[in-house]
Design a protein around this ligand. Structure first.
Ligand SMILES: Cc1cc2nc3c(=O)[nH]c(=O)nc-3n(C[C@H](O)[C@H](O)[C@H](O)COP(=O)(O)OP(=O)(O)OC[C@H]3O[C@@H](n4cnc5c(N)ncnc54)[C@H](O)[C@@H]3O)c2cc1C
Length: 482
């Protein structure tokens, strides 16, 4: 049985620092298992998800689709879009409402699990101690059997970028944008950059994405990110790859931006979304001999234990990733900290999505991965715009499946479509259950759905590999090839 600590005194089995997804998950698991857990948060509970990450960005996305009647104009021939002076304040208000609602829900969950929530900025002290200091200078000393650091990350703010300019934003400030920019430059073509680029484009702003990488959303399958770029360009935007921003300064209404390739851009608004840095300043890691790598990320072992035997770490602070991943890392750190012998497994094949317009998502191996690892593979494709759901919605998209060339087991799923993040979930379950081409083909899916595309994409694979088998099974065949 868990050794119950005393909730009233400041002695706890575990003290967790940071109430984002990683810290919340760790604290709640400990509380629900009956341990005495204190959770120290300096800002609001919920972390980046609630303040400036997943919730605000996805709310902006929903609002952009609604206010701009995104892509429905050409389907129905009728424009329903709202005026910018109405849109921007309403989008901001909605994002604030969603954040506040999620904060409340998170707080209720924390309270329900019996966790002792402490407000303040935490730092480590010797002798298993965490000190939480409030803005007024009041300090609470917490003594912990184990400490879990889950302090997350924040946007990278390189010197030379004038973040004090009201028209220069990062992911923490862009949600306060109050007016429609004339032209927006986004530095960074990763998930955050692409999400905001497509959102502002839907709101009628000409957007340029600038990134030193050779392609957008480089974490996605080549073909899918190529399609994403085509869609973005077709909407009248610009993508500049393979070079970076050298400098930026204000000249009247313009932000004069010099690029590495000698070009000059003159947008009136700039979103810097190129990288994140871990939040460890002032934590006193050196006091407890907690080791970090060259980029300042806390180094942990497979149980999330740091170089200090009583300190564990999880979430973005060990390497910026995803809220979904951080949550399971938090639970794993709790188990490691308390020596619980049921192991919390952190999924080695997590799904990932970029919630742009359209969304792109992946889970498992890409063609490039298979080629690099020498794995024989076969692909199947379904053009989602030709499925009944796609025709009804007037939406294009691609579902691409990667099967093992020998065993026929599903290895990877790659999607571009309005709800790619949802569609990838079906494939993720199949990958984890080692479904074969035949399994995927034989399932009866709801229709009209985009998920029905799995049947068609698997049938496409069969058609490529064994056309005679497909005929014998009397299954639909489609020659959706790019
Ligand atoms: C714009 C954007 C969009 C995103 N979209 C998605 C998405 O769609 N899906 C997804 O899965 N992930 C998304 N992410 C990533 C996701 O937000 C992070 O991976 C996740 O929040 C990491 O969780 P965490 O608990 O490690 O850290 P955080 O969420 O950063 O939480 C850390 C907490 O620690 C607190 N803290 C820090 N230092 C101290 C201290 N010294 N004392 C006390 N408290 C402290 C902070 O106030 C914060 O509340 C997005 C991120 C951004 C920026």
């Amino acid at each position: 049985m868990p050794p119950h600590g005393d909730q009233v005194s400041n002695h706890h089995d575990v003290v967790v620092i940071g109430a984002g997804p990683a810290g919340e998950a760790a604290a709640e698991l400990g509380g629900n298992l009956g341990y005495s857990v204190a959770l120290v948060e300096r800002d609001i509970v919920g972390g980046t998800v609630v303040t400036s990450g997943g919730a605000p960005t996805k709310t902006f996305r929903e609002a952009a689709v609604y206010f701009s009647s995104f892509e429905k104009e050409k389907v129905y021939g009728v424009a329903l879009s709202a005026a910018p002076e109405v849109m921007y304040p309403a989008i901001r208000a909605r994002a604030r409402y969603v954040s506040e609602r999620l904060r409340q829900i998170t707080l209720e969950r924390i309270r329900a699990s019996g966790v002792h929530l402490v407000h303040g900025e935490a730092r480590l002290e010797a002798g298993h101690t965490v000190v939480a200091r409030t803005g007024s200078g009041a300090e609470t000393r917490l003594h912990a059997g184990r400490v879990i650091i889950a302090t997350g990350s924040s946007p990278l703010r390189p010197p030379g970028v004038p973040f004090d300019d009201p028209c220069v934003f990062d992911s923490e400030t862009v949600t306060n944008i109050g007016r429609k920019p004339r032209e927006l430059l986004i530095v960074g073509g990763g998930a955050i950059g692409v999400e905001y680029a497509t959102i502002f484009s839907a709101l009628g702003v000409p957007v340029t994405i600038l990134d030193g990488a050779p392609r957008l959303a480089a974490m996605m399958d080549d073909e899918i990110s190529g399609r994403l770029e085509q869609v973005f360009l077709a909407r009248g935007n610009r993508v500049i790859l393979g070079t970076g921003m050298i400098s930026v300064h204000r000249d009247g209404d313009d932000l004069v931006t010099e690029l590495g390739d000698g070009r000059q851009l003159r947008p009136d608004a700039l979103l810097f979304a190129a990288g994140r840095t871990v939040s460890t300043a002032g934590l006193g890691l050196e006091t407890a001999d907690v080791g970090v790598d060259a980029r300042g990320r806390i180094i942990v072992d497979s149980q999330r234990r740091t170089s200090c035997p009583w300190v564990f770490a999880a979430g973005d602070v060990i390497g910026p990733s995803l809220a979904s991943v951080a949550t399971d890392q938090g639970r794993q750190a709790l188990c490691g900290a308390l020596g619980l012998d049921f192991s919390v497994h952190v999924d080695q094949i997590p799904a990932a999505a970029v919630y742009g317009l359209p969304e792109v998502a992946r889970v498992g191996k890409s063609e490039e991965d298979c080629a690099a690892e020498g794995i024989p593979y076969a692909t199947g494709r379904c053009e989602l715009g030709t499925t009944p759901r796609g025709v009804i919605a007037g939406q294009e998209g691609l579902l691409k499946l990667i099967f093992h060339g020998g065993t026929g087991v599903l290895l990877g799923v790659h999607v571009i479509c309005e709800i790619a993040s949802e569609i990838a979930g079906t494939g993720q379950a199949m990958i984890h259950n080692e479904a074969t081409i035949e399994d995927v083909v034989r399932m009866v899916y709801n229709t009209p759905t985009y998920t029905y595309g799995y049947k068609l994409a698997a049938a496409d694979t069969l058609a490529r590999l064994h056309p005679d088998v497909l005929r014998a099974m009397r299954l639909p065949s489609q020659a959706h090839r790019i």
